[in-house]
Every structure is written in structure tokens, then in C-alpha cells.
Ligand binder design. Structure first.
Ligand code: AMP
Length: 279
């Protein structure tokens, strides 16, 4: 496994593979790797000849009062996990490699970035789109894999690729959960043992809400009830039931539904979702 800490190294690896006619799958991450990330790596391996994983905590997607400074950094363990998955190259750039002096990006997040996470994290998706576009520019993958865990992000990336006509297939990976049902997240490290116990209620509420939707119960009543349950343990940022393609209200044309939520448990922000077919 090659560990490339600068652009020249990864460019060399990628151009060598391309000259050999190999295809490349790319999995962008911010490190603090868990089984959710590794499931994307396995999917990448199944979809291309070579797999590149990036580990870069992107400053431009964090707000002023967010956890950029103490975001978990576990590079040694991450590399061990990726080596065990037989990843071909890990790209671990510095901020200067990604945003060299004078670098400007004109790429902005599209309409799907509106609402949901953007409400509390203004500019977040512009930062995500900026870094992913830059990483795509350097790595030029054939395929890139993103987790459904960050569902709005997945749609925003797909929209960017479509708008810019980038020759990259975007695949999504299912949410990997703890046995308790809690969606795996690097930020789960912030939770105390008691909080982890409480956190699993989030997924339980989402499942109940899904059942209510499938039974055609009044949507606003069902959401209201779910919020009432959630608010016993969490500070709710949003809990929405939307068309999974448009991230807008459900219509007669809706075929796939997304239940999406963001909550705070103490000072830790958790997001989760369920995507399912309409009845
Ligand atoms: P992050 O390191 O948090 O930026 O995440 C990197 C990628 O891993 C993103 O595409 C996430 O959606 C994905 N991811 C994070 N958590 C999970 C999970 N529990 N299951 C599947 N994919 C995940």
C-alpha cells in the first residue's frame, strides 16, 4: 500500500495505473476510520482495479464553532485498517497540498444543499464540494464511493458531478450500524457510555416513523409524535420526511422516501436517515 502525502506521489501512482489501463475507485474520508468507511473500501474494490482512499480533515467544511480542532486523528490505526483491506494507495495531503497559495474554487454546492444540514451549517456543503472537486481533480477516479449516512452530501456530490459533466460514477454505500442500531460515526467517540445507550433511541424513532409513513398515517402527526419522543433525550435540529430524490415534500410522483434527522446529544451532533420505497 502506497502512502502518498503529496500531490506528486499520488499523481505518479495514478498515472502509472492509468497507463496500464487500470480503473480507479476513490473513497474520500476524514480519517477516524470505522467499519462504515471500510465497507465503502470493499465496495470500491469490487468496482475498479485500484483503490485510493484519502484522509484529509477539510477545514473549509467546518463552521467556526465546530470540532475542526479536535476532530479525531488516528492515522496509524487508519493505515493499519486500510492495509488489511489491501487498499492500493492512501492519500494523506496537507492543507497546502489541497489548497496551495492563491488557490480559488468556483465550484459551489447546488440546490440540493439547501435546507436540512445547511440550516445549522451554512457553507458546509460549499466546503464539501470544494474539497471533493479538488480531490477528483488530483485523483481523476473512474468511480467514487460515498456513504448514505451523509445522504444530503451524497445528493449534493451527485448534483455537482452531473452539473459539471464529470466522467466519474458516484456509488453509494449503505449505512453501517453498531449492533445497537446506532449509525457508526467518527464522532461517536465523543459519546460517553451512557450517551451511547441513549443514542440508539434515534434509530428506533426513525424506524417507528417509517412504519407510520408506510401505514399512511397523517404525516404531520407522525412527525410531531416522533419529535416528542426524540426531544426527551435529544435536542432536535431537524426531523424531516422528504422525497428522497428532491429533498422536498412528498408528492404523488414520489417513489422513494427519505426520513432524515440531525440531533444533538449533549454537545455531540448525530445525523441519521432511512431511505425506502413508497408503499
Ligand atoms: P467522513 O470520514 O465522516 O467524512 O466519511 C467518509 C465517508 O464515509 C462518507 O462518504 C460517509 O458518508 C461515509 N460514512 C460515514 N459513516 C458511515 C457509516 N456508518 N456507514 C457507511 N458509510 C459511512
Amino acid at each position: 500500500m502506497q502512502v502518498c502525502s503529496n500531490n506528486q506521489q499520488i499523481l505518479h501512482a495514478v498515472s502509472t495505473w492509468k497507463a496500464q489501463g487500470k480503473t480507479i475507485a476513490f473513497v474520500p474520508t476524514m480519517g477516524g476510520l470505522h467499519a462504515g468507511h471500510l465497507s465503502l473500501v470493499h465496495q470500491a474494490k469490487a468496482n475498479a482495479d485500484k483503490v485510493v482512499v484519502s484522509i484529509f480533515v477539510n477545514p473549509t467544511q467546518f463552521g467556526k464553532n465546530e470540532d475542526f480542532d479536535h476532530y479525531p486523528k488516528t492515522l496509524e490505526q487508519d493505515l493499519t485498517k486500510l492495509e488489511a483491506c489491501q487498499v492500493d494507495a492512501v492519500f494523506t495531503p496537507s492543507k497546502e497540498q489541497i489548497y496551495p497559495n492563491g488557490y480559488t474554487s468556483h465550484v459551489k454546492a447546488g440546490s440540493l444543499a439547501q435546507g436540512l444540514c445547511s440550516k445549522s451549517r451554512p457553507g458546509h456543503f460549499d466546503g464539501v464540494v470544494q474539497v471533493v472537486h479538488r480531490l477528483f481533480e488530483i485523483i481523476t477516479p473512474n468511480v467514487a464511493i460515498f456513504g448514505q449516512k451523509d445522504y444530503q452530501q451524497l445528493l449534493v456530490i451527485r448534483q455537482m458531478v452531473e452539473t459539471l459533466s464529470l466522467p466519474i460514477s458516484i456509488l453509494s454505500g449503505d449505512i453501517v450500524r453498531e449492533q445497537s442500531g446506532l449509525a457508526m460515526s467518527t464522532r461517536n467517540q465523543y459519546l460517553s457510555v451512557d450517551e451511547k445507550e441513549t443514542a440508539l433511541k434515534l434509530y428506533q424513532v426513525l424506524i417507528q416513523l417509517k412504519q407510520a409513513v408506510l401505514k399512511n398515517q397523517d404525516l404531520s402527526v407522525a412527525i410531531h409524535n416522533s419529535k416528542a419522543t426524540l426531544s426527551q433525550d435529544f435536542k432536535i435540529e431537524y426531523l424531516s420526511v422528504f422525497d428522497a430524490n428532491t429533498l422536498k415534500s412528498i408528492t404523488d410522483n414520489t417513489s422513494k422516501i427519505a426520513i432524515l434527522c440531525a440531533v444533538f446529544l449533549g454537545s455531540t451532533r448525530l445525523i441519521d436517515n432511512i431511505i425506502f420505497n413508497q408503499g
